[in-house]
Design a protein. Structure first.
Length: 88
């Protein structure tokens, strides 16, 4: 019950977050509530975000219990997002 209460409060905290982080946290909330693990491509999804939004998403994942294990290096979290025009 405590976990359900904590998880239900997390989307409210993310409500003021930028759209990318808010969309990611909404999807992550669905994963938590349905008992799913992180998808295999979660690192690529995080890398596509701006650094400030990536940090919000990583904090959300840690606090929700989805992201366990070794810490993600600060340099990875703060790295600039890839330029979408660069891939064209």
């Amino acid at each position: 019950m405590l976990l359900a209460l904590a998880v239900s409060a997390l989307p409210a905290a993310a409500a003021g977050a930028p759209p990318d982080a808010a969309a990611f946290t909404a999807a992550a909330t669905d994963w938590v509530l349905s008992g799913q693990p992180l998808p295999p491509d979660y690192l690529q999804r995080l890398a596509a975000m701006a650094p400030d939004q990536r940090l919000l998403a990583v904090v959300f994942l840690r606090r929700s219990g989805l992201l366990e294990g070794p810490a993600i290096p600060a340099a990875t979290i703060l790295a600039p997002a890839p330029d979408p025009e660069e891939g064209q």
